[in-house]
Design a protein around this ligand. Structure first.
Ligand code: WT7
Length: 659
């Protein structure tokens, strides 16, 4: 192991005792935030403390009020302020940093593209002009269904420039998922591509987009990026345009950034919830952009001269906030990698860190667990000494994986920020400020300064340190979602019903996570308490999954739960009752997997399909999911005698392989 650090044995012992780690002195010396008074300062000066976040942006018109809470929980931030997100991410950097790199893109096959701020600005202007030409107007929702290619952030920023909110649908989602989201958002525009590479092979994406479009109710105008050239032929249908043709026709165009109100919608992002219908989370221009800029600066410690890399996909909120908007608003270099971490070899990420002298790496625990499994010989082949900070997001990171990351990637010289947040929060909420706070592996950390996160019991009273409870946030923050698209009622039901007391004007946001807190205010997130499972950091609704399975011919009833998985964190377990006349064999199993992939995408593929004659139910007929989870995990079941059908339990148990 490393010779400058402590021995493996010592480190293991410290972890076992739940010990903490101080931020490395070399990091603190240069950190953007190194004064611990920030916590007190923000508390005393709340909500005005958030002017500091707004000050990171360039406003066309100053806001009148930091927070308007006259219509809770429909909060407004930076009221009457005017700005444009694309101007903040591009135009304002041109004078001083026009020739510096904004995006370093690395394709899976090894080809690279590099965009300076000036070049990115110019491409965004041309595509913005093309969108206008196609008829896109301010406030029209433009859907993007694209993999990790530079045209995706270009299209997002072009939309932001003309005030058209984007709705990015993860490329790995199915045709059905695309159609549902386009219908929900009444979106009449789609930007997609012919295909992309996965493990070196060209993959047809346009087929999937076209299939989705068949189920979209409104007329749609589509733009298709030709990513694969000669590797894949594609035809353009009516109202389908080629990206290059459109942009060529606008060569040299300049589009004035539209003045947007702070509260105007910047984008929509669909995410899974308890019911089958995906939720259209609405984020705004002023609050969101302030939030991602401030957290990028204070938590990721981003400086303009950095080469920062977030390995998430832009199809998820992490990529929106921490590949595109936060880093570009701060004028840094953001790395974007198209492919998988083990193609062509398992050292791909470390090769990129080495080649580009990456200074910060932000990734997910599921990836770290895979790296651990592959072994430290892969990072050891490369010089990773450019790294200054490491981050993780998406699910809890276990102390062992934390330690591996800290040691083998960070060489014990980089702080690790374990960041808890959600699609709905816009950006980070609970994590250490790396230049200030000590790190406790396994615990995300204290709430950020100015963020009021607490752990409460079922009555909303704060629990004692060490006790499990529910995570809540009882003060608003600038990056918060404003509502669910065209569904204010569901917004209140989903997030504000549980712990608020409207009569007392007390509004409490409930993220639906379980957590515990220690004496120092460090929060350990225990996982979702709703019917959402977290597979490789991807959020999947069990209802959505169940309706996909029940939609398969031959399935009478299904229950989906998450079972523990070494790499993915959780995996999908499907318990299925067949219809009379159908047999639960290999054929049906395959059709169920196909059904799920068609309805949602390959990420939702069931790990196990268990055929059973019945599902364990309470006397009132409710499926006992907790029990099914225990079975998936090979855990003790406790008392099952109150079930309507206790005998079924051992029968199901005998069918599940717990290896
Ligand atoms: C859910 C949100 C945040 C962007 C990616 C996921 C879980 C997220 C952590 C963390 C423990 C975490 C929570 C949360 N989660 N980060 N550091 N430690 N759990 O966004 O798809 O909206 O999912 O991911 O359960 O509620 P998302």
């Amino acid at each position: 192991m490393s010779d400058q650090g402590e021995s493996e044995v010592e480190l293991e012992a410290r972890l076992a005792e739940g010990e903490s780690f101080d931020p490395p002195a070399s990091f603190v010396e240069q950190a953007n935030v190194a004064d611990e008074d920030i916590y007190e300062e923000f508390e005393e000066n709340w909500p005005e403390c958030w002017e500091q976040a707004a000050d990171l942006l360039t406003w066309e018109e100053e806001y009148d009020q930091v927070l308007d809470d006259s219509d809770e929980p429909f909060y407004e931030w930076f009221t009457d302020g005017k700005l444009n997100a694309s101007a903040n991410c591009l135009d304002r950097h041109l004078d001083e940093r026009g020739d510096e790199t904004a995006i370093e893109w690395i394709g899976e096959l090894g080809e690279t593209r590099s965009y300076t701020y000036q070049e990115l600005h110019d491409e965004v202007n041309e595509f913005a002009a093309a969108l206008r030409e196609m008829g896109v107007e301010e406030d029209d929702v433009v859907t993007m269904y694209m993999p990790m290619i530079p045209e995706l952030p270009i299209a997002m920023l072009a939309c932001a420039r003309i005030g058209a909110p984007h709705s990015v649908v993860f490329a790995g989602f199915s045709a059905d998922a695309l159609a549902t989201r386009m219908n929900s958002a009444d979106s009449e525009y789609l930007v997609t591509c012919d295909g992309y590479y996965r493990r070196g092979d060209p993959l047809n994406h346009k087929n999937k987009a076209d299939e989705g479009l068949e189920d979209v109710e409104q007329d749609v105008t589509t733009v298709v990026v030709d990513r694969l050239g000669d590797d894949l032929d594609h035809d353009l249908g009516d109202s389908q345009h080629d990206w290059d043709d459109l942009v060529e026709a606008q060569a040299g165009a300049s589009v004035e950034p539209v003045t947007r109100d702070a509260e105007d919608m910047l984008f929509l992002m669909y995410t899974s919830g308890t019911t089958g219908e995906p939720k259209g989370v609405k984020h705004t221009t002023g609050g969101y952009l302030s939030w991602v800029s401030w957290t990028s600066q204070s938590v990721l410690d981003i400086k303009p001269e950095d080469t920062y890399w977030c390995s998430a996909d832009i199809g998820w909120i992490t990529g929106h906030s921490y590949i595109v908007y936060g880093p570009l608003a701060l004028g840094t270099t953001s790395v974007m990698y198209e492919g998988t971490p083990d193609y062509p070899e398992k050292d791909r990420l470390w090769q990129i860190v080495d080649d580009y002298d990456v200074t910060q790496l932000y990734t997910a625990p599921t990836a770290i667990r895979a790296f651990m499994k592959w072994g430290e010989e892969y990072p050891e082949k490369h010089d990773l000494s450019s790294l200054r900070l490491l981050g993780t997001v998406g699910e809890p990171i276990n102390p062992r994986a934390w330690k591996w990351y800290y040691t083998h990637i960070g060489n014990e010289e980089c702080p690790v920020v374990d960041t808890w947040w959600q699609t709905e929060t816009g950006g980070m909420m609970v994590t250490t400020i790396p230049g200030v706070a000590e790190m406790k592996p396994g615990s995300a950390g204290p709430a950020l300064p100015g963020v009021s996160a607490k752990v409460v019991d079922g009555n909303g009273d704060e629990v004692d340190p060490g006790e499990a409870g529910y995570l809540v946030v009882d003060k608003p923050w600038p990056g918060m979602l404003r509502t669910l698209y065209k569904n204010d009622e569901r917004f209140i039901e989903e997030y504000w019903q549980e712990y608020s007391d409207p009569d007392e004007d007390e509004w409490v946001y409930f993220p639906e996570d379980g957590a515990k807190i220690d004496e120092d205010g460090y929060i350990t997130v225990l996982g979702r308490v709703d019917d959402v499972i977290n597979v490789s950091g991807h959020r999947l609704g069990t209802m959505e999954l169940e309706s996909a399975v029940v939609g398969v011919e031959g399935v009478a009833e299904a229950a989906i739960v998450g079972g523990k998985h070494d790499i993915k964190g959780e995996a999908v377990y499907a318990y299925v009752i067949t219809e009379d006349g159908y047999e639960g064999g290999e054929d049906l199993r395959e059709r169920i997997i196909e059904g799920v992939e068609d309805a949602i995408g390959p990420i939702a593929r069931p790990e196990e399909v268990v055929f059973t004659e019945d599902l364990p139910k309470t006397r009132s007929g409710k499926i006992m999911r907790r029990l099914l989870e225990n079975i998936a995990n090979g855990e003790e079941l406790g008392n099952t005698s109150t079930l309507r059908n206790p005998d079924i339990v051992s029968e199901i148990q005998s069918k599940v392989s717990n290896d």
